[in-house]
Structure formats: structure tokens, C-alpha cells
Design a protein around this ligand. Structure first.
Ligand code: ZN
Length: 464
């Protein structure tokens, strides 16, 4: 595996780690393997814990949405019309009202919100769900990054006014920060241009991270809807003054692309490298048997496994009848953060040998304090994965002064804010405008297109 050829490397790394089986006979609908699903479930567990701690309730809405509800918000339907799947028949009967297979759940939830929200006492309403959504992708599919059945997290909220909805956006960005910290992933927050915001949104903040080939991957987004949806869906509440008003709404979404980013950002020529927080096995124990002393080594390995498991560390003892070298290779490709080796000499010296997956560094730790040793090591691994990834992301933003000879990375430049200049930039460079930094960034320059002085920088890139 050679990460320099990222596109090919990515597919090889996913395959070697056994994260997904792409042989299912529908393009873009891959099978989650047990190992891949465990990682995704650990990612979800972190998100769920954050949502529950901030007063959100988990819900589960139906997969199918009646066409009549789906079409209530005009911009929304324009944005999704070409990429939804339709259910048109039930048995042999053609349906009177066709059903949309959810591409996202605004139009499933909001008719219900209009029943749930009655008075100001019901606000804010904060719910989320983690479900599969469907979009008919026509571009080339790629596991976790571009698929037609998407494992999706979506939070939806209703508020009394625009300010309270804005506070929700800030809370979402705090949650995002903590989620991304666990995953050791860097990101940019960029307020999308008006011509690129989510269909129906007042504004959209995109969450982008940069891939090894300099392209950006959108990992999720946060949207402020104002009352753009609550008017067509008639979601109103009675205020303390007895007057009825429309709620203001927000959404926050992320997907299995988080796993695609973990693979892409942290992986190396030996395969994927998992952040300890979401590794199904945080440590793997490989016994190094010696002729005649095998029992003693296996006993020590079993003891080590029991102590670590007792301490809540996700540990795997690889007791297969295989050469240690083959086991190393196997678990490296699966990204296990720490390998522990135990052989006759380690037992004699009262130590355990460790190897870090992220740096390859090897060393020993005292056998009687192995829990503390592994915990410290996991912290050090997370910290160094985080730093390395952020460093790459920072270095990938390049200031440009003209539209020719563009680097393979994110570019930054002055923008007057006009749609005309933005579209001209996109057409000339064939890059996509990602938007302007959110909440903001100091800048003093000139619009790259029209030359007008501006205090706003825009970011653009090729996207995945
Ligand atoms: Zn301009």
C-alpha cells in the first residue's frame, strides 16, 4: 500500500482492514462488516453521549415520507428531486401518493413537530436520530465517502426565536469540537455561499476536512432554518402573551464520512490507524512462544488480558496458531493502536513489550502496572495523532494572489462577497467555493476577482 497514490490506497486500506464488503449487488450500498460496524458504533456512541448530555432526545422516524409532505418546502424539493428513491407500488397496487425513501428527515419530522409543539413550554424541542438515508449518487461511489445508502446522524430543533436557534448552533459547534477531538480529526468551519447552502436553509456552516490528495471532504453541516420550514409545515406555538408564532429551527448532520476521514487522515502505508477512542480493540496481545515454555507464555498472556479487560480496556488476545510476524501484519492493517508482546524474556524481566501503531515506536512497560501504562500510551497516541493531523490541515491552506497555477490544496483569497465574483472564480479555476470562515477570521485584502478592498477571506478547493 502506497499512500502517495491516495485514491487506490484508500480502497486497499479499507479492504485490508476488513471494514466493508463492496460485493453486495447494488452499487454504493456496501455491507458493514462486524469490524467496520464496531468502529462506526463507537463513533456513534460518542455522538450519542454528547447529544444526551446537552438535553437532546433520541427518536426514530419512519423511512418513508409521503410525496405530499416531501413537496411542501419549494427550495428543499428542488435540491433533492434528482437524487431520491421512490416507492411507487405496494404489492401489485400503484400507490395514490408515492413515497420518498428518506434522503434526510426534515419532511418526515416537521409534520409531526407541528402536532408536538403547542406552547412556549414545549420549546426548545431538541431531538436526533441515527439512521440510514438514501441518495441516488451518480458520481463514482467509494466506501464511507460516496455511497447511496448513508449511515447518518441528524439533529433537529425548534426554538421560540431566531436568537435561541442561534444559541443552538453554538451548542452544536461545541458538540462537534468534542466529537472531533475523540476522533483526532481536524476540520474547517466554513459558512457556505448563498448559492451552495442547504436547500431551504437561512444559512449553512459546512464541516470540511482535507484529504491526503488536497481535496476536501465535507463531514457534516449545521443549518439555521429560521422559519423557512415552520411556515410551510405550520409549526407554531402560543407565547406567554397568548400570541401564536412560528418556531425557528436548526439541524446538525454528520455521516459515516467520519469513518472515511479517519481512514484517510490517519492511515499510512501499512493500512488504517485507529484513534484509541473508537478502536474496537485498543490493544492486541501477541504471545511470543518459545519451545518448551509455551504454557508459561500463554498463562502470562491470559493474565494480561484479564487485567486489562477488568480495567475497561478493549483488548484482544491473539492466540491463533500463527507466526507472530503474521499477527503483527494482520493487526497493523486493522489499525489497532497498541500491540503488546509477551515472551519468556519479558516474563523473566517483569515487563511487557509494546509497539505503537501510529509511530512504530517500541518499548517496555512494567508488567505490574500495565493498566496505567496502556492508558498513558493511549493518551499519548491520541494527542500525537491529533497534532499531526492538525499540522497537515494547517499546512494545506495556501494564500493565492491570482487565479492561475493553483496548488493541490485549499486556497484562501480575498472576496468582496458578491455572487458574480464567486461564480466567476469557480468557473475560471474549476474549484468549489467552500465559503467564508465561521464565526470569522481577520483579513485585509482585495477581492481576487474585482479588486475591491475586502475584510473577508474565502476558501475554495477541489472536493471529494
Ligand atoms: Zn469581487
Amino acid at each position: 500500500m502506497d499512500k502517495k497514490d491516495y485514491a487506490e490506497w484508500y480502497l486497499e486500506a479499507v479492504e485490508a482492514a476488513g471494514l466493508s464488503d463492496k460485493r453486495y449487488p447494488i452499487k454504493g450500498m456496501n455491507v458493514w462488516t462486524p469490524y467496520g460496524w464496531k468502529i462506526m458504533s463507537l463513533i456513534d456512541a460518542g455522538t450519542r453521549a454528547e447529544m444526551d448530555a446537552t438535553g437532546h432526545d433520541e427518536v426514530r422516524f419512519p423511512l418513508l415520507i409521503p410525496e405530499t409532505e416531501f413537496k411542501k418546502e419549494a427550495d428543499h424539493i428542488k435540491g433533492f428531486d434528482s437524487e431520491v428513491y421512490w416507492v411507487t407500488h405496494a404489492g401489485e397496487n400503484e400507490l395514490d401518493v408515492r413515497l420518498v425513501v428518506r434522503p434526510t428527515s426534515e419532511t418526515a419530522m416537521y409534520p409531526m413537530f407541528s402536532l408536538w409543539v403547542r406552547s412556549h413550554q414545549d420549546l426548545p424541542l431538541k431531538v436526533y436520530q441515527i439512521v440510514n438515508t438514501f441518495r441516488y449518487e451518480t458520481k463514482q461511489t467509494r466506501p464511507f465517502i460516496r455511497v447511496r445508502e448513508i449511515h447518518f446522524f441528524e439533529a433537529h430543533t425548534c426554538h421560540a426565536d431566531e436568537e435561541d436557534a442561534q444559541r443552538q448552533i453554538e451548542e452544536d459547534l461545541g458538540i462537534l469540537e468534542r466529537v472531533m477531538r475523540r476522533l483526532c480529526l481536524p476540520y474547517h468551519l466554513l459558512k457556505r455561499t448563498d448559492w451552495d447552502k442547504f436547500p431551504g436553509a437561512h444559512y449553512t456552516v459546512g464541516i470540511d476536512t482535507v484529504m491526503p490528495n488536497g481535496r476536501t471532504l465535507q463531514l457534516g453541516s449545521v443549518h439555521h432554518y429560521r422559519d423557512n420550514f415552520s411556515i410551510p409545515y405550520d409549526i407554531t406555538y402560543e407565547g406567554a402573551d397568548g400570541k401564536h408564532r412560528h418556531v425557528h429551527q436548526t439541524t446538525y448532520g454528520m455521516s459515516e464520512r467520519l469513518l472515511g476521514a479517519i481512514v484517510s487522515v490517519h492511515g499510512d502505508d501499512s493500512g488504517i490507524v485507529l484513534p484509541p477512542a473508537v478502536a474496537p480493540f485498543q490493544a492486541v496481545i501477541v504471545p511470543i512462544p518459545k519451545k518448551g515454555g509455551a504454557d508459561e507464555v500463554m498463562d502470562a498472556a491470559l493474565g494480561l488480558e484479564a487485567v486489562l479487560r477488568e480495567a475497561g480496556i478493549r483488548v484482544k488476545l491473539d492466540a491463533r496458531d500463527e507466526r507472530p510476524g503474521n499477527k503483527y501484519y494482520y493487526w497493523e492493517a486493522r489499525g489497532v493502536p497498541i500491540r503488546l508482546e509477551i515472551g519468556a524474556r519479558d516474563i523473566e524481566n517483569g515487563v511487557v513489550t509494546f509497539a505503537r501503531r501510529d509511530t512504530g515506536e517500541k518499548g517496555t512497560m512494567a508488567a505490574d502496572s500495565v493498566v496505567g501504562g496502556v492508558e498513558l500510551l493511549m493518551e499519548a497516541i491520541s494527542e500525537s495523532m491529533r497534532e499531526k493531523a492538525w499540522e497537515f490541515q494547517r499546512a494545506s491552506v495556501v494564500d493565492i494572489a491570482d487565479m492561475g497555477d493553483l496548488p493541490e490544496s485549499i486556497v484562501r483569497f480575498g472576496w468582496c462577497g458578491s455572487e458574480g465574483c464567486g461564480l466567476e472564480f469557480e468557473e475560471t479555476t474549476e474549484l468549489k467555493m467552500l465559503g467564508t470562515p465561521y464565526p470569522g477570521e481577520e483579513y485585509d485584502g482585495k477581492c481576487l476577482v474585482c479588486g475591491k478592498p475586502t475584510k473577508t477571506a474565502a476558501y475554495a478547493a477541489r472536493t471529494m
